[in-house]
Design a protein around this ligand. Structure first.
Ligand SMILES: Cc1cc2nc3c(=O)[nH]c(=O)nc-3n(C[C@H](O)[C@H](O)[C@H](O)COP(=O)(O)OP(=O)(O)OC[C@H]3O[C@@H](n4cnc5c(N)ncnc54)[C@H](O)[C@@H]3O)c2cc1C
Length: 389
């Protein structure tokens, strides 16, 4: 049985089906039994727990929403619940599953040729192959439209030149989905590890997402066959549609990190005694923080559930997802900071998960569209005026 009791102030569990609760329970148990015993050491050592990848595949967590090719064909809400539980373990683990599922498998499924799907999807689903998504460049993060990476047509194939950076799974991936500018607009290319002219190197010195591999990719006269290009993706809307899928998972995932921070602070506050041998939970200022956290978590749960149900009806759009990602990432960071505060000096120790979540969530606020950029997406939706430039 799972050791984590869950966080459900408003009986939101009553809104989930038996099947959804079963999927959550499976993910919850996996995190309790397989992730929590090793994640602190992984974070300390700056190591991704690659030994968990085959199990992620066996449990159906990779490419979970896709139908066919060995994938589980789960609903958006089931996928969201998996991400929530994985990020309760660690944002780095959830990032791995996000990238593999939403940023590599989803585009191959949506934009790929039948040959590309047959070749990659079953292996990515089982975890036999790892993928990465190369969009960000050293000079172009929030504004990927400015990318400098180029692909030029040459005989029966393409030649890629350019640099990508901040790429999750970059050096461990067997296949990189690389977005490059062509004469015909931005296109996606599947570049296999070992292709001459393609190299990668890891970024070191991260104080966040330490249990995740982050790399730079370099392409120098890198020749790939014609069949490496995703035929169905043309223009920036290709990668942006993938990011919408991934941001949906983030909007759910961060709730897990927030739940863990809240539950850690709540249980600490009822045990820790100060002033006249009374638990710190008896102080009004402490209760106010816990009340704030549980209220914000509950609002985030409702937002995620509603957007998930919209997704299952095929009705969410990128501006909905911007609100989900922006609100829930900020909420989780806020909870992590409050929890760290309530634990006093213990809050900075990795014996507790809080500081690790807090550090990870600083990345989550930035990647997949920063807080500012999502505010601008929402601003554009409500005013009709784009204010990015
Ligand atoms: C651990 C990690 C993993 C990552 N994984 C991947 C990955 O797998 N694949 C990938 O392609 N990328 C990845 N990224 C990159 C990530 O998506 C970018 O860092 C992000 O898009 C922000 O880009 P930037 O860092 O260049 O910041 P910048 O774009 O330089 O932004 C810096 C600051 O300026 C603000 N800003 C920029 N433009 C505006 C504006 N118009 N209005 C208001 N404010 C603005 C931003 O909000 C931010 O506060 C990852 C990043 C990290 C940290």
């Amino acid at each position: 049985m799972s050791r984590f009791p869950g966080v459900d102030y408003l009986m939101i569990d009553s809104q989930f089906s038996e099947q959804e609760l079963m999927v959550r329970q499976t993910a919850r148990q996996f995190v309790d039994e397989r992730v929590l015993p090793l994640i602190r050491d992984c974070f300390r050592e700056g190591r991704f727990p690659a030994e968990l990848i085959p199990e992620l595949g066996r449990l159906g967590f990779l490419g979970a929403t896709l139908p066919g090719y060995g994938c589980a064909g789960m609903s958006h809400v089931e996928y969201g619940l998996i991400m929530q539980e994985l990020e309760r373990g660690d944002s780095g683990l959830r990032s791995f599953v996000s990238v593999q599922s939403a940023l590599v498998m989803y585009p191959i499924f949506t934009y790929g040729s039948e040959e590309q799907k047959q070749r990659w999807l079953p292996r990515l689903q089982s975890g036999e192959a790892i993928g990465c998504f190369g969009l960000t460049e050293p000079g172009f993060g929030s504004n990927p439209a400015g990318m400098l990476t180029r692909a030029r047509h040459d005989g029966a194939g393409w030649i890629l030149d350019g640099e990508k950076t901040w790429i999750t799974n970059g050096s461990v991936a067997g296949v990189a989905l690389v977005w490059a500018r062509t004469e015909d607009g931005i296109r996606g290319f599947l570049v296999e590890k070992g292709t001459p002219g393609f190299s990668s190197s890891d970024l070191h010195g991260k104080l966040s997402m330490r249990a995740s591999v982050t790399s730079s990719l370099s392409f120098s006269e890198c020749r790939v066959p014609e069949s490496a290009m995703l035929p169905g993706a043309k223009g920036l809307k290709g990668p942006l549609a993938c990011l919408t899928q991934a941001r949906f998972g983030i909007g759910w995932g961060v709730i897990g990190a927030a739940m863990d921070c809240y539950e850690t602070a709540r249980s600490y506050a009822v045990l820790r005694k100060q002033f006249d041998d009374r638990p710190i939970a008896s102080h009004q200022l402490v209760q106010e923080k816990l009340a704030h956290m549980i209220t914000e978590i509950t609002k985030a749960q409702l937002l995620a559930l509603h957007v998930g149900r919209l997704g299952d009806k095929g009705k969410f759009d990128p501006a909905h997802i911007s609100m989900l990602k922006r609100n829930n990432a900020a909420m989780a960071l806020d909870c992590a900071r409050l929890s760290r505060d309530l634990l006093g000096a213990n809050g900075i120790m990795d014996e507790y998960p809080v500081m690790r979540h807090l550090c990870n969530l600083e990345t989550v606020k930035t990647y997949e569209g920063t807080d500012h950029i999502h505010a601008l997406v929402i601003g554009e939706r409500v005013t009709g005026v784009a204010a990015y430039k």
